[in-house]
Design a protein around this ligand. Structure first.
Ligand SMILES: Cc1cc2nc3c(=O)[nH]c(=O)nc-3n(C[C@H](O)[C@H](O)[C@H](O)COP(=O)(O)OP(=O)(O)OC[C@H]3O[C@@H](n4cnc5c(N)ncnc54)[C@H](O)[C@@H]3O)c2cc1C
Length: 413
């Protein structure tokens, strides 16, 4: 039977992606002795192969949208842009200063079907309290000069931002000042079944004991907890171009095609409205995002492919992404592609992440399955994990994300 253990002194955080790094940061701030271990290295998986949209724009209405709003608010505080509500101090403890950049996201409809999806989505965002503004032709040209004349409706989502995942990971771990064991995968859990507790994790470097354990192991979670039927690696291909400062100045924020909402399932009921074009896209999950980076380069993506082989980008996907991008931002035709890369998100069968206590194990906590939202949700999830470990109520409502909703979950003891 699980027994409570309210005051742990030591904690092992398995997984040094953005979620594990944020958990380590908040746990270290509370004075716990934290050891981080990673099968590979910090940000070696999804957190180092992502676009960095810290954004509510594409979130499905409900718990993910609410979590994203809290996630953005926390980024603002960690970047020193807003005061801490508890202390009233601003910039006093700001590990992400200079790494989080506020900006709008512009969702663009270029067909009547996309327009219908976008109108429904904008209404949902407004209902959740997000500041949105509709821009129609001819105002589109003045507000967003880089966009094609095909754009028939643009929704500006205000209050979003951008942060590069691997920079956030590096900074949170540096601020946490905790040891990070690289090349150190958890292979098994040593469980005291009678006491309902984890005694230690086993790794090729030996057994590591602690009072509490956080598993933020991304796509490595399924074999550890029997979640192969629940978690799916979802590959995404992304492209980076050379710099074009003039074009960058003609883009006041990142753009997302209406079709991206479909590829992400943000407006599932509107899927049928996408017609033939949407179903062709759904086959490989093409959904366009064009992000003007602070360097003057453009990050363009991407795909959603249900497998985890991220060793290659393929010509068919790259050409399709580029032609979609040029159709929406014609100026990109004159900008050279520098490189392409791929990463694998962790998708969950029901579309919501798994964050919370491990059933039956009083000192074990899980956080995975953030699909395309983990850069946005990483810090707020890390803060919630620190609360859980320390026995305090998290500000984030974790009820919809409870790992216990999946009966398959069992630890690899
Ligand atoms: C192409 C692409 C674009 C994206 N764009 C965005 C975006 O714009 N905005 C956004 O919010 N999100 C985006 N995401 C999603 C985001 O990157 C992920 O949701 C987030 O990085 C997940 O973080 P994580 O810490 O849960 O997992 P990961 O970053 O995958 O980290 C898990 C870590 O656990 C380690 N590990 C695995 N197994 C074990 C084990 N047994 N023992 C120890 N360690 C282990 C791994 O080595 C890895 O370092 C994108 C993702 C991709 C792939």
């Amino acid at each position: 039977m699980a027994t409570a253990h309210p005051q742990p002194a030591s904690v092992v955080v398995a997984g040094a992606g953005i979620v594990g790094s944020a958990a380590a940061y908040f746990l270290a701030r509370r004075g716990l002795t934290v050891t981080v271990l990673d099968a590979l290295a910090p940000a070696a998986e999804a957190s180092g192969a992502a676009d960095g949209a810290v954004s509510v724009a594409s979130k499905r209405p409900g718990p993910l949208m609410r979590a994203a709003l809290q996630g953005i608010a926390l980024y603002r505080r960690l970047a020193g842009l807003d005061p801490d509500p508890e202390t009233g101090l601003q910039g006093d403890d700001a590990p992400l200063a200079g790494l989080f950049h506020p900006r709008s996201t512009f969702i663009v409809a270029a067909s009547p079907a996309e327009r219908a999806v976008l109108e429904a989505h904008a209404a949902a965002l407004a209902q959740a309290g997000v500041a949105v503004a509709a821009i129609e032709p001819p105002a589109i040209k003045a507000r967003f000069p880089a966009l094609s004349a095909a754009a028939c409706l643009v929704i500006e989502v205000r209050g979003d931002g951008h942060a590069i995942g691997y920079q956030v990971v590096r900074q949170l771990l540096a601020a946490a000042r905790v040891p990070v064991l690289r090349g150190c995968p958890v292979t098994r859990l040593d469980i005291d079944a009678a006491g309902g507790r984890i005694r230690a994790v086993e790794t090729p470097r030996g057994r590591i004991a602690a009072d509490a354990f956080v598993f933020a192991t991304g796509n490595g979670t399924a074999p550890l907890f029997g979640l192969q039927a629940v978690l799916t690696p979802r590959k995404g291909q992304l492209l980076i171009t050379e710099r074009d400062l003039a074009l960058s100045r003609a883009m006041p924020g990142s753009i997302m095609s209406g079709r991206y909402l479909l590829s992400k399932g943000s407006q599932t009921r509107a899927l049928d409205a996408g017609g033939e074009q949407a179903s062709i896209s759904a086959a490989r999950g093409f959904g366009l995002v064009v992000d003007p980076l602070r360097t003057g380069q453009f990050l363009i993506g991407g795909t959603r492919e249900d497998h985890g082989d991220k060793r290659e980008t393929d010509l068919a996907a790259v050409s399709r992404i580029l032609s979609d991008a040029v159709a929406l931002v014609p100026g990109l035709a004159g900008v050279r592609l520098l490189r392409g890369f791929a990463g694998a998100r962790t998708a969950v069968r029901d579309g919501l992440p798994l964050v919370g206590p491990l059933p039956g194990l009083a000192n074990g906590f899980l956080a995975t399955g953030f699909e395309g939202d983990g850069i946005c949700l990483g810090p707020v999830t890390g803060a919630a994990l620190a609360d859980l470990v320390c026995g305090t109520a998290p500000a984030l409502d974790l009820a919809p994300f409870a790992p216990s909703r999946f009966a398959e979950l069992q630890a690899a003891a």
